[in-house]
Design a protein around this ligand. Sequence first.
Ligand code: NCD
Ligand code: ZN
Length: 337
Amino acid sequence: MTLRLSSPLDMHIHFRDEEMLKLVAPLTAKTFSGALIMPNLVPPITTKEALLSYIKRIKEATKEQADFEAFVTLFFQADYSYEFLEDIKDSIIGIKLYPAGVTTNSETGVSSMDINVLRPTLESMSKLGIPLCVHGETNGFVMDREKEFMPIYESIASAFPDLTIIMEHITTKAAVDLLDKYPNLYATITLQHLIITLDDVAGGMLKPHLFCKPIAKRPEDRDALLHLAISGHPKVMFGSDSAPHPKHKKEACGCAAGVFTAPIALQVLAQIFEDNNALDNLDKFISLNARKIYKFTPIEKTITLIKKDFSVPSSYDGFNQTVVPMFANESIPWSLK
Ligand code: NCD
Ligand code: ZN
């Protein structure tokens, strides 16, 4: 049995920089037609100069794959001027907002989610048609952070009805329930949140390679996400949030947040949609919806998967880096042709 995927897109991924970029970017460029690259480098991408040089480094790292396009984002600052955003608009696909301190490399994110503090940048983005990607978590109790963020999504969505707002990597039924309440709210869902709950992370032996932000939640949350994704709902896109960290930073006392799924994402998604008799909706989740939401036509690229076991390697190595993927040392039923 084979499966042909046309121009798959990963609408939320971390490519990092330097050696890690060189190791991980080609893995995505091989199997995806395009990907939305997050800007949480150290320091984050906040200037045109930093953005253009990052684009150059990504192009260099993926130069073997001419049929791949990276869509870059800018790191949200509350005081970007209209002129700056107007000038940079054509080089970016969106702007990513991180509340300060909620996840990896978000220390310089916004310290207040008060709509009046955010207003200048949001107003310009809305006028210029630049989508807003949001890491929607408060600094509250870890299991409640996303749910507590819902009123903030509501206030932004109602104050800026023309602004496209993407609730990134949603993990709760609360977010699923909010999605249809505002026409300008959209969402991405990761691979791991369709599969695991907190039990898989910390219910038995602690699994550092499944630890990410937002943390995986309860079975009813996972079920709501799965149901939404396999339904082909038009406001939902695949965004892996593949977030590589060197092995020694994951298998450590003080484990970095992030699950590395880039090289196995499409194969496992095929399995999930197949198991749920929803293969007909896979293209919507991994490509068609994103094209409409972000209004672009991706590079044409067909990826063929075959029903044949793939032994996931224990790690991906190169450029002095070692990263452990989800399902390391396990076998998955679909392979890349
Ligand atoms: C991401 C990272 O490592 O950059 N980590 C994560 O757990 N998802 C940041 C993020 O998207 O929250
Ligand atoms: Zn992310």
